[in-house]
Design a protein around this ligand. Structure first.
Ligand SMILES: [Ca+2]
Ligand SMILES: [Ca+2]
Length: 239
């Protein structure tokens, strides 16, 4: 094998690996795409609410960061900071996040869902969540679950979680059989007023890189490139 051919093979392998891990297989995982759905493009809202007669409905919406605005643009006047928890989401945090706020999300539970086709392989899955202070102070609890690639990454009462702190939930999904897998966020409340939750940067990426390592793609590319060069040097010495 010639020097140039072995080097080319190394670089091609590196390019394929970086292209695969760069793509988020979740559509609009950062809740930025404005239409259709006003920030929730690609997501399906299911479930409903069972409020007392005359009470407005509050389906999940994509609110704006840093906006002390009323629903549906903001979190009832509380400015929510952009997600700052370490994440491997390929998507920028952007200007918006999804907000569950209904006090009667039980007819049935409110969900935001989408289906994703995955080939067999190892994927990293994750999302970030935040509990606003004004909702956290509410007496009624909320139950929240985040499922990505049909695996439950988090399931808890909001009262048992952190307040005003972004947290990333992530894990590895070992997909044995190619097919359709679910991304589903479920929110349940049944008291006035109840706690709320904000989510952002939902992702599924190929591979399972460490979380919070700066520029993992560049390092992976560099590493693969160096391996290619080393192989090429060995071959050249042999020749
Ligand atoms: Ca976002
Ligand atoms: Ca609420």
């Amino acid at each position: 094998m010639s020097f140039s051919r072995s080097l080319a093979i190394g670089l091609v392998a590196a390019t394929v690996a970086s292209a695969a891990s760069a793509a988020n297989l979740v559509t609009n995982g950062s809740f930025e795409t404005p239409t259709p759905g006003n920030g929730l493009a690609g997501w399906t809202y299911t479930g409903g609410e069972n409020p007392p007669s005359g009470t407005p409905l509050y389906p999940p919406v994509s609110i704006f960061y840093g906006a002390a605005q009323a629903y549906p643009q903001g979190a009832f006047g509380e400015a929510i900071p952009a997600n700052n928890a370490p994440t491997n989401s390929p998507d920028a945090v952007g200007a918006r996040a999804a907000y569950f706020v209904s006090d009667f999300a039980n007819n049935p539970n409110q969900t935001l869902t989408q289906s994703v086709f995955l080939n067999a392989g190892i994927y990293q899955i994750g999302f970030s969540a935040y509990a606003p202070a004004n909702g956290f102070a509410n007496a009624g609890d909320a139950t929240f679950e985040g499922i990505v690639a049909s695996l439950s990454l988090a399931s808890y009462n909001v009262s048992a979680g952190l307040v005003q702190t972004w947290q990333t939930f992530a894990g590895a999904a070992n997909i044995a059989v190619a097919g359709i897998y679910d991304v589903e966020f479920t929110f349940y409340t049944n008291a006035f007023p109840s706690k709320d939750i904000v989510i952002d940067q939902v992702y599924i990426i190929a591979g399972n890189p460490p979380i919070g390592v700066p520029e993992p793609l560049s390092l992976a590319l560099l590493g693969s490139g160096l391996l290619g060069l080393a192989a090429a040097r060995r071959l050249r010495r042999r020749a």
